[in-house]
Ligand binder design. Structure first.
Ligand code: ZN
Ligand code: ZN
Ligand code: ZN
Ligand code: ZN
Ligand code: ZN
Ligand code: ZN
Length: 432
C-alpha cells in the first residue's frame, strides 16, 4: 500500500469539507480519458472487472505511453494517475486470489459482516468523488480499486484488509445502550487517569512527544492518538445545554460517530436539565409555546375522523416527538431553534392544524367551547393562547374573563349544588 495514504495528518487536510468540495470537480474532469488517447481505450483496462493478466498488460502499455507523451501534458498527467490506479488494482486482485475470505474472490462472495455491533456491507467499486478514509488504519480508501465495507448503522468505513482489526464498537450500539448524552462539559480525567494510553486503541502516549499527537475530545474529555482523533469537530450537547454554545469543538472519531447517529433522537429534557435557558433564549421560549399549542391540537386531530382520513398528522409532521411531548429535544432541534428554522416550521404547522380545526372541519369545530363568563359566541379551544383551563373541572374560559372574576362558574355551580344536597339531606334527617 502506498505509505503516503496512511499519514493521518495528510488525511485531515484532505478530509476537510472545503478541500473535498473544491477538489471534487477537478477530480471528475481528470478521470476522463483524454480524447487523444481514445485509440488506446481497450488496452488500458478501464473496465473494472479486468483480470490479473489484463492488468499486467495494461500496466506495460501505460508505461510505454508515459514515455511517449510530452512532459507536463494532459496525457502524461492522466497516464501517470492511471498507472497508479492499475497497480493498486493489480495488488487488490492478487490479494483477492490469495485470500479465500476476500469479497472479490469469486469462491467466497462475502458481502455482509457483523463485527463489534457494526453491520458492514461490501461497497461496490465506484469512482467516488468524495475522499474517504479507513476508520481503522486512517489510510485513504481507493473506492475504484479496493474492497471496502461500510456500517449501515453508523457509517464506519474500512478496508477489507482492516476488518479483522476493528476496535471501535458501533456508535449506534454504544449510543443506544447509553441512552443519554454526556452532560458535563469536557469531563477530563487527564492523561495520568488514562495511564498515558489512547482512550480507544490504547497506544501509549508520551507527553514528551509532540503535543499534536495527543488530542483531547471535547465531548468526553478523553485523550486520543491522531489515528483515533482526526481533528474533526462537532457541536457538543453539554455546551449547548449549559451555555447555549453551539460552536463546533474538536472531537474523536468515535464521539463524532456517536453524535451523528444520535443527532435526531429526542434525548435532551431541557425543562429538567436547564429550565433557565428558556428565559434567556427567546427562540427556545417560542418553540416551547408552539409545541404546547401543537400538542393541544394533536388531541383534536387524533379523535377527528376527517383528519385521520386525510392523514393530516402524518402528512405534515416529520419529527413526531415535537408534538408528542413538549419537553424532549434532539440536538438537531436545538441547532434548528438557534437558526430559526424550527420556529418557522412549527408556525407553519400551527397554521395548517388550526385551519383544519377552526375553519375547515365541522367535527372539530363542534368540539370547541363557549366561555361561560362572557357568553360571547366566539368558539374557544384549549390550545388557544387566550384560553384558560380550570384545573378542577377542565372547563375552558377566556383568560381575561377568568382573571376578572377570579372564580370558575362551573366549579361554583357544582359547589352550590353539593351544599344544597347536604342541607336537603340535613332537613330530611331533622324531619324524621
Ligand atoms: Zn484500513
Ligand atoms: Zn456501526
Ligand atoms: Zn488511538
Ligand atoms: Zn377535524
Ligand atoms: Zn369570556
Ligand atoms: Zn372549574
Amino acid at each position: 500500500m502506498n505509505n503516503m495514504n496512511c499519514d493521518p495528518d495528510n488525511r485531515i487536510l484532505t478530509s476537510s469539507p472545503t478541500s473535498t468540495t473544491s477538489g471534487s470537480l477537478s477530480q471528475e474532469v481528470d478521470h476522463l480519458l483524454p480524447t487523444s488517447l481514445a485509440a488506446e481505450e481497450l488496452q488500458l483496462a478501464l473496465n473494472k472487472e479486468a483480470t490479473e493478466e489484463e492488468l499486467l498488460k495494461a500496466i506495460n502499455r501505460c508505461k510505454d505511453l508515459v514515455l511517449e507523451s510530452d512532459q507536463c501534458s494532459v496525457e502524461r498527467k492522466w497516464l501517470v494517475r492511471h498507472l497508479i490506479e492499475l497497480r493498486l488494482r493489480l495488488q487488490e486482485c492478487q490479494e483477492a486470489m490469495n485470500d479465500p475470505q476476500h469479497p472479490r474472490n469469486k469462491s467466497s462472495g462475502v458481502s455482509k459482516r457483523t463485527i463489534r455491533g457494526h453491520h458492514l456491507n461490501l461497497q461496490p467499486l465506484l469512482r467516488s468523488t468524495a475522499s474517504r478514509y479507513c476508520d481503522h488504519c486512517t489510510g485513504a480508501i481507493w473506492s475504484v480499486v479496493q474492497a471496502w465495507y461500510e456500517c449501515e448503522d453508523c457509517g464506519y468505513s474500512c478496508h477489507h484488509k482492516c476488518l479483522a482489526f476493528i476496535i471501535r464498537e458501533c456508535a449506534h450500539v454504544v449510543a443506544s445502550e447509553r441512552g443519554s448524552y454526556e452532560l458535563d462539559i469536557c469531563p477530563e480525567i487527564g492523561l495520568s487517569g488514562q495511564k498515558y494510553l489512547c482512550a480507544e486503541c490504547k497506544t501509549p502516549m508520551s507527553i514528551n512527544r509532540e503535543w499534536s499527537e495527543t488530542r483531547r475530545c471535547d465531548y468526553n474529555g478523553l485523550y486520543y492518538c491522531s489515528a483515533c482523533h482526526w481533528g474533526s469537530s462537532a457541536i457538543v450537547p453539554a455546551r449547548v445545554i449549559h451555555n447555549w454554545d453551539l460552536t463546533p469543538q474538536p472531537v474523536s472519531q468515535a464521539s463524532l460517530q456517536q453524535l451523528r447517529v444520535t443527532a435526531r433522537r429526542p434525548l435532551i429534557n431541557l425543562e429538567k436539565l436547564n429550565p433557565k435557558l428558556f428565559t434567556f433564549v427567546h427562540e427556545l421560549n417560542l418553540v416551547r409555546r408552539l409545541r404546547q399549542e401543537l400538542m393541544g391540537m394533536r388531541k383534536y386531530l387524533l379523535v377527528c375522523r376527517k383528519a385521520t382520513e386525510d392523514h393530516l398528522l402524518w402528512k405534515h409532521v416529520d419529527i413526531p416527538h415535537l408534538i408528542d411531548t413538549s419537553d424532549m429535544y434532539s440536538l438537531q432541534d436545538l441547532v434548528d431553534t438557534n437558526s430559526g428554522e424550527l420556529p418557522s416550521k412549527l408556525h407553519t404547522l400551527v397554521d395548517v392544524f388550526s385551519k383544519h380545526i377552526k375553519v375547515e372541519c365541522e367535527i372539530c369545530r363542534g368540539r370547541g367551547h363557549i366561555c361561560e363568563i362572557c357568553s360571547n359566541d366566539e368558539i374557544l379551544y384549549p390550545f388557544d393562547a387566550t384560553a384558560y383551563i380550570c384545573n378542577e373541572c377542565n372547563v375552558v374560559l377566556h383568560k381575561h374573563c377568568f382573571s376578572r372574576k377570579d372564580i370558575c362558574p362551573k366549579c361554583s355551580r357544582i359547589k352550590f349544588r353539593q351544599e344544597q344536597v347536604v342541607t336537603e339531606n340535613g332537613n330530611d334527617v331533622a324531619e324524621e
